[in-house]
Design a protein around this ligand. Structure first.
Ligand SMILES: [Zn+2]
Ligand SMILES: [Zn+2]
Length: 320
């Protein structure tokens, strides 16, 4: 458990959003955890390897040990750590060579998460390119049968991320994600190993209007009906530069895009989505005064979640 149960103030244990950010592992994997601590975050997302390369050096034992030790030092559990798989992977590809390479790399991604104790591995479902939507979905299910055969007994949960649904990219509709997960479970029987990651920018750009409290609540209801909110294991909190339904993937700072504050308030305060890692993939950098942009976005999210600015959710001192 991530909160001390002997702390009488921590009545809200399991209730607060675990705000986090996608952070760099440049210079060493634990640098992402150090940066998360500096920013006062309660979760983190990383690439566990250079995400633009097929080849990867195996994790060294001391890297694994250092990561696990730092997670423990922060008082975190693996459920506060998320990995994003390489964008090179296309489990829906009709091309046997690319498909085989994708399964091999996805196997490595799962193995790395398992070694590091990272609970969730997020990946985009894939693109059917020259085949058909149905063939693409079948291809992903076949890929998962092989992945789960190779990694039998592993705990890491693979999370299918919704996309803006451009071109032949699968996963633009919640129903499609739901169908995919059902197909994977039907084939493998491994329902505990497959969940979802919902990205607010992608949802909005693919046509689920998140810009008002009412429309966002309706979209979350649709999501529940198609996927089951309990299966949403990770959220990506990004505002959108592009309009609802544009099918363009352009991340914007929280509250500054076409979603806006009302939509984020609806998401972060939804009773069915609490206590999930909620990862900002918003543009990085600092203000001219040196304040990290993640800090500004975090402050907005905490305000929307009813937490005072700068207040940590993890120590059980949540404002009420
Ligand atoms: Zn995302
Ligand atoms: Zn995106």
């Amino acid at each position: 458990m991530r909160r001390k149960t002997d702390n009488p103030i921590s009545k809200s244990a399991g209730q607060s959003p675990l705000f986090g950010s996608h952070l760099s592992i440049a210079g060493g994997m634990t640098n992402a955890l150090d940066e998360a601590a500096r920013l006062g975050l309660d979760s983190v997302q990383v690439f566990t390897k250079n995400q633009q390369q097929w080849k990867t050096r195996p994790l060294a034992d001391d890297e694994v040990g250092a990561w696990r030790a730092r997670v423990a030092e922060l008082g975190w559990t693996g459920a506060q750590t998320v990995s994003h798989a390489s964008y090179l992977i296309n489990l829906a590809s009709p091309d046997d060579v690319l498909w085989g390479k994708s399964i091999d790399l996805m196997t490595v991604e799962i193995e790395r998460c398992e070694a590091l104790g990272i609970a969730f591995l997020v990946h985009h479902p894939g693109a059917f390119t020259t085949s058909t939507r149905e063939a693409g979905l079948a291809r992903i299910i076949d890929a998962y049968a092989e992945l789960f055969r190779r990694t039998r007994g592993f705990a890491t949960v693979s999370c299918l991320e919704n996309t803006v649904g451009s071109g032949s990219n699968l996963g633009g509709k919640f129903e499609e994600l739901g169908t995919l997960r059902a197909g994977i479970i039907g084939r493998t029987g491994q329902q505990q190993r497959i969940g979802f990651c919902i990205d607010t920018c992608h949802a909005h750009a693919s046509g689920y209007d998140l810009s008002t409290a009412e429309s966002a609540a309706a979209a979350i209801e649709e999501l529940d009906a198609a996927c089951g909110l309990r299966n949403i294991r990770v959220l990506h909190l990004n505002d959108s530069k592009a309009p609802c339904g544009s099918r363009r993937d352009r991340h914007e700072h929280i509250g500054k895009g076409t979603i806006g504050r009302a939509g984020f308030a609806a998401v972060v305060n939804h009773a069915g989505l609490r206590d999930r890692p909620m990862i900002m993939e918003t543009p990085k950098g600092t203000t001219p005064g040196g304040t990290p942009l993640d800090t500004l976005n975090l402050r907005k999210l905490r305000q929307l979640a009813g937490l005072r600015s700068g207040e940590r959710t993890r120590g059980g001192v949540r404002a009420s």
